[in-house]
Write a protein that binds this ligand. Sequence first.
Ligand code: PGA
Length: 253
Amino acid sequence: MRQRKPIVAGNWKMNKTVAEAIDLATAIKRELGDCKDVDIVLCPPFTALKAVSEAITDTHVDLGAQNMHWEKSGAYTGEVSAEMLRELYCHYVILGHSERRAYFGETDEIVNKKTKAALAANLQPIVCIGETLAERESGRMTEVITTQVRGSLADLSPRELVSSIIAYEPVWAIGTGRTASPEQAQEVHALIRSLLRELADDAVAQSVRIQYGGSVKPANARELFGQPDIDGGLIGGAALEARSFIEIVRGAI
Ligand code: PGA
């Protein structure tokens, strides 16, 4: 018996027109609309949120965004707030993805502000962390993960921690076809859970869901999701095609 309900999210990144997004969401809901064993989340670009929200109404498939600003409103050209996402029936938001950290300068401090704002607006944050290849190869993985977990989740109450989802995404595995082995991923997931225990207590640590992300495919999903501390995945490339995403979700059941 699994202790935590698995959660599989598709991060569509900057892909899909509105028409393509509707097609993909419709194909996914046709097969998984009734699925109660896994929380399924689709994260299209902002422009397709409304259309996807309408396509998945009255199903068990849920909606997430890929980013947001921490303020409620104001002079922040190009940004979108948590309340605006809630208005479109988003329940989740991906925060601090490594692409946002690398290309848009997001720090743990920024990710922490966004995480608090998301929780305050009743959005479940999917907080991304992960080390680069250089950091892993120089033996700094533990230090990097520890800093990111403590920084991104700073000052969250036990209740807020339980509402948060963490995605461990080794940067060297994202979009590279190079997946962490189930053992490598499990080692880091166990480390993250021990850090959660330090931030709160064992009950909280055992409740928080930790996804793996980085070149997850139908062929490796089941083995990854079968690890004791891996509670589903954050899927990029393989989430852009209905068949592979559906098979990956089935790997979590
Ligand atoms: P990938 O991306 O599955 O294409 O490696 C994962 C992610 O960036 O969330």
